[in-house]
Design a binder for this molecule. Sequence first.
Ligand SMILES: [Zn+2]
Ligand SMILES: [Zn+2]
Length: 350
Amino acid sequence: MKALVFEGYQSVSYQDVPDPGLVQSGDAIVQIERTAICGSDLHFYHNQGYQGPAFTIGHECLGQVVDIGAGVERFSKGDRVLVSCTVGCGHCAICSDGLYSGCETHASIGPATNVFGSPLLPGGQAEAIRVPSADINLFHIPDAVEDEQILFLSDILPTGYMGAELADVRPGDTVVVIGCGPVGVFAQQAAKIRGAATVIAVDLDGGRLKKAAARGCRPLNPLQEDLNEVARDLTHGRGADCAIEAVGREQTVLDALGVVRRGGRVAVIGVVTSDVTLNFMSQIMARGITLRSAIVSPQVYFPKLLPLIEQGRLDPTEIITHRLSLSDGPRGYEIFDRHEEDVLKVVMTP
Ligand SMILES: [Zn+2]
Ligand SMILES: [Zn+2]
């Protein structure tokens, strides 16, 4: 079959790879009909020191079940399904506690080893994918829902919603969302659904800020305005109630911690691969700050968010700017990496 293969720094190619086959009885093979490039795929793309083997990249996909192992109970050949970006077993103590991304079985080798798109778990930017523990990691797609409406429930939509949940956004809150990329957009939408009074959307990209304003957010470019000052002005001098970091850099994590009031809640959902240095007493403890972070477990959020999509209260399609064939994927990566053509989200069809 054909797939997008990550080979090393800034190198993704469209090439032949072996067809996936059933390995364990709980596996399913899904023929992919829609897939997307994620901001976290760029962490591989930008990794200059990568020495590992080439692998099929991608972790946001949907399609049709074409083969199942003897142990699969909830799915049959021909079912239209969405694939979870993280793989859980559904039975261990951590999965049972709702943190499928921390599964004791599938994430036991190291951090994030149970996310599709790695040498261990070949990814979804391909014509087909093997999904372990399919009963837990696949979701049925209702007939009335279009592919593009549901595709992002595989990762970035639940990630954005998780940000609002971890930050405990409550009715009337003033919420800062740092980053207006796809995950930031969904965190903004989620904050509104949870009743935020004001959502301050922070980004350096004027085009993204314009879209945030159209979404009902208060746009803010930190090169032009002081975030802390604006947040204090909107909250009688206290500071924001919550902040959601959706960029993944040390400075923006520190900005999120600094902008909230005493007793404020901060969620970090950007992928932070660097160290973060802070003074625990002055920046967290003395101010009573709650700081939470996680890799998403779409298994928890799928049933919560699907009805909002079906009712039209959440429109995930607004972020799609590019529709390409999978064979054009290498160009998709270049456009996404360089922020060309006002790109926000690239969706591909094999
Ligand atoms: Zn993703
Ligand atoms: Zn588990």
